[in-house]
Design a protein around this ligand. Structure first.
Ligand code: SAM
Ligand code: GLN
Length: 292
């Protein structure tokens, strides 16, 4: 009898041979997706037969994974901040390190550094990971989520609907222009908190990315010559939309924090010590507009 355990083991071996970094986990995710099993169920049922009619599809998914397609695109889903986000190749797959930005925002709110009903702007929302998580955790918030890519906004809108984040408004457009478009007749135009995980990979490095990253939307990754283009544009425009005493939280790539702190300081904001991720990388730059 060919069991779930056999399928898992075969998948793991095939993925390892293709050079996939996490063959065991990815093989498990593919098999759980095909058999519609949660993690506990999967481990409980390892001795059960693997449905023969799913074998061809299983091999196909393993082959695609082996060719570098991220597992989240294959199964159409990624967990972020405890919520299930639908992902398609139109959106960046939400990353665990981005949860640090969401946590930092929640801390500001819990500590009373933000109004009880804060107005929040998320620039370049992609799947809506940051905006929707904050909208769900802060029920009284009004969250505006923008993206230059209409296809990404369509994905984020669907997720917000499914997760019940009614307090999220979506606006299409290039950076600040998104706040000026005709569809922007609902939701706030000035904010207590601006958050963003903008594209931050230097153009020259885009060619050298892993096969997995190559599959993600280029416009979600390309941060211009030095990777800092979006931080420049964001810093320059914050004055127009940020309330007095309002906060800014920006995710940055490794080594970018000092330059981004400098940009925000030049824009007249008070810069706070950066927030680090678990591997000690300065991940979130935190700053505040002067109070009146
Ligand atoms: N916020 C999501 C997350 O953290 O998972 C996605 C972040 S992804 C690194 C950057 C996002 O910015 C992409 O969804 C991309 O489409 C969007 N973007 C790129 N250029 C933009 C622009 N000029 N204006 C607004 N959004 C832009
Ligand atoms: N976090 C992505 C990476 O793996 C980059 C996303 C971005 O450009 N913001 O490097």
């Amino acid at each position: 009898m060919f069991t779930l355990r056999d399928a898992w083991r075969e998948g793991r071996a095939a993925l390892a041979q293709s050079g996939v970094e996490t063959p065991q986990l990815d093989s498990e995710i593919i098999i759980r997706y095909l058999t519609c099993k949660g993690r506990e169920e999967f481990y409980r049922d390892l001795g059960e037969p693997f449905p023969a009619e799913l074998l061809a599809r299983c091999y196909q998914l393993l082959r695609e994974r082996g060719r570098g397609v991220p597992v989240a695109y294959l199964v159409g889903e990624k967990e972020f901040f405890g919520f299930s986000f639908k992902v398609t190749p139109a959106v960046l797959i939400p990353r665990p390190e981005t949860e640090i930005l969401v946590e930092t925002a929640l801390e500001l709110w819990q500590q009373g550094d933000l109004p009880v009903s804060p107005r929040i702007l998320d620039i370049g929302t992609g799947s809506g990971a940051i905006a929707i998580s904050l909208a769900l955790k802060i029920q009284n918030a009004e969250v505006v989520a923008t993206d230059v890519k209409a296809e990404a906004l369509a994905v984020a809108r669907q997720i917000a609907l499914r997760l019940g984040a009614k307090n999220t408004f979506f606006r299409h457009g290039d950076l600040w222009q998104a706040l000026e478009t005709a569809e922007s007749d609902s939701g706030p135009r000035s904010f207590d908190l601006v958050v963003s995980n903008p594209p931050y990979i230097p153009k020259g490095e885009l060619m050298r990315l892993t096969p997995e990253l190559q599959q993600e939307p280029r416009e979600a990754l390309d941060g211009g010559e030095d990777g800092l283009d979006f931080y420049r544009r964001i810093s320059a425009g914050l004055g127009q939309v940020l309330q007095h005493g309002g906060w800014v939280l920006l995710e940055v790539g490794q080594g970018q924090a000092p330059a981004v702190r400098e940009l925000l300081a030049q824009a007249g904001l008070t810069v706070f010590p950066p927030v680090c991720d678990l591997s000690g990388v300065e991940r979130v730059v935190k700053a505040r507009q002067q109070e009146l």
